[in-house]
Ligand binder design. Structure first.
Ligand SMILES: CC(=O)N[C@H]1[C@@H](OP(=O)(O)OP(=O)(O)OC[C@H]2O[C@@H](n3ccc(=O)[nH]c3=O)[C@H](O)[C@@H]2O)O[C@H](CO)[C@@H](O)[C@@H]1O
Ligand SMILES: C=C(OP(=O)(O)O)C(=O)O
Length: 432
């Protein structure tokens, strides 16, 4: 038996939890760090599977990676060269490997990288990345699962993105940072992690303005240099604990966050009747009673994040009345619904819409995580359920949550990591 979580539901989560650095900022920042032959010292690096896979891949192509403790890393790209290929079994499984295309294309005018993986939440094309690289003057070839981008030189240009894409915005911004002349990218993503990567590149000597608005303007520079940087807190890890407070009728103070980044989530939780208090760098979420239903539509930032849709749906599945959740970003992000149904949830999916009829209580069941956020959502469901729940395929959860079960245990949640039937029996009998 592979590792699983076993959970005995029923305890409200109460206490404080400290949020780590944002995975989806950390990944492009790591890739951007090798765009200089100098050194980048990066703090608040989350110690999660995806960042570790990317760090290994970077070492595999000659970058030097020195870890100063669990959350600080010093990176130098000086040992790398222009004809490195980025590929291994693991790099093919993560999404953010595609950031090495923009980073290496910018630095060497050549990049050859395995096509990206990531959670199976939709078809996930990369046409907008390619459109941006081509507009900068790159030639693109895709064969045998690899993408190759080459250019004699990259020349600044004007790009209008057809869809708002986090990945394409960041990737093209990285390549354009080392292009000749000025680039304007319109209809860009405005997520906090887009802004964080622009700030990181600027701290290396890039000249990028407008990140966080619809238009990013980049003045190409010849090279980038050393920097020291601290990654922003993870908006989605924070949101996950916010919804855990609601689903378990708990009281959690979530520390080391930027409350502004959480506004879409806070507003929805307040709308359904939770108490949300904002502090300078913390939010407290209290839910003492059963909450109300609502409607949610996932949208690019500052709309409600798709990466919070499954966790929020779990809270709504325990609320009074009928809620409607529309998923407008990824067409296949309701795969957790069948699992949640095993626990007594009443959810009907029709295409990109889920109609949720709230139930009073879930009952424990054996469920399996179909992807990262759905996995976290099923854990929350287990914490709120009557009886025992096992969650398998938790490797997905490790992709993006550091010490998930420990943080939950510290809040009073009854959860254990197990890898045998014997351990499950022990947990149930409380034999230590
Ligand atoms: C590693 C990382 O940061 N992953 C996040 C990133 O994924 P990712 O960067 O893959 O998501 P995008 O923002 O690019 O995708 C948004 C939408 O644009 C479409 N699209 C995207 C690119 C493209 O070239 N063509 C195209 O049509 C996608 O299919 C999707 O419908 O942003 C998503 C949206 O916030 C999050 O759910 C992911 O957690
Ligand atoms: C979908 C996610 O990640 P990825 O894009 O890496 O699959 C996520 O972080 O929720």
């Amino acid at each position: 038996m592979m590792e699983q979580y076993i959970i005995k539901g029923g305890n409200p989560l109460v206490g404080e939890v400290v949020i780590g650095g944002a995975k989806n900022a950390a990944l492009p920042i790591l890739a951007a760090a090798v765009m200089t032959d100098g050194t980048c010292t990066i703090e608040n690096m989350p110690d999660v599977r995806d960042t570790n896979v990317l760090l290994q891949a970077m070492e595999g192509i000659g970058a030097t990676v020195n870890r100063l403790g669990k959350h600080e890393v010093v990176i130098s790209g000086s040992g790398m060269n222009a004809d490195c290929d980025v590929d291994n079994e693991y790099i093919r499984k993560i999404r953010a490997s595609y950031y090495l295309i923009g980073a290496l294309l910018g630095k060497y005018k050549r990049a050859r990288v395995a096509l990206p993986g990531g959670c199976e939440i939709g078809s996930r094309p990369i046409d907008q990345h390619i459109k941006g690289f081509k507009a900068l003057g790159a030639r693109i070839e895709i064969e045998n699962g690899m993408i190759t981008a080459t250019a004699d030189e990259l020349i600044g240009c004007h790009i209008y993105m057809d869809v708002v894409s986090v990945g394409a915005t960041i990737n093209v911004m990285m390549a354009a940072a080392l292009a000749k002349g000025n680039t304007t990218i319109e209809n860009v993503a405005k997520e906090p992690h887009v802004v964080d990567v622009a700030n990181f590149l600027n701290s290396m000597g890039a000249s990028i303005r407008g990140a966080g608005t619809d238009v990013i303007k980049i003045k190409g520079v010849e090279k980038l240099g050393n920097c020291e940087y601290s990654i922003i807190p993870d908006q989605i890890e924070a949101g996950t604990f916010m919804t855990a407070a609601v689903a378990t009728k708990g009281d959690i103070t979530i520390k080391n966050v930027i409350p502004k980044h959480l506004e879409a989530i806070s507003a929805k939780l307040e709308e359904i009747g939770a108490q949300v208090d904002e502090f300078d760098d913390a939010v407290r979420v209290v839910a003492t009673k059963r909450l109300d239903s609502t409607q949610i539509k996932t949208l690019p930032y500052p709309g409600f994040p798709t990466d919070m849709q499954p966790q929020m749906a779990v809270s709504l599945a325990l609320s009074n009345g009928t809620s409607i959740v529309s998923e407008s970003i990824f067409e296949n992000r309701f795969r957790y619904v069948d699992e949640l149904t095993k626990m007594g949830a009443r959810i009907q999916v029709d295409g990109r819409t889920a109609i949720i009829t709230g139930v009073k209580l879930f009952t424990g069941a054996d469920v399996s995580a179909p992807d990262l956020r759905a996995g976290a959502a099923l854990v929350i469901a287990g914490l709120a359920a009557d009886g025992y729940t096992t969650v398998s395929d938790i490797g997905y959860i490790y992709r993006g949550y550091e010490g998930f079960e420990k943080k939950i245990q510290n809040l009073g949640g009854d959860i254990q990591l197990v890898n045998s039937e014997k351990e499950i029996a022990r947990f149930k009998l409380r034999i230590v």
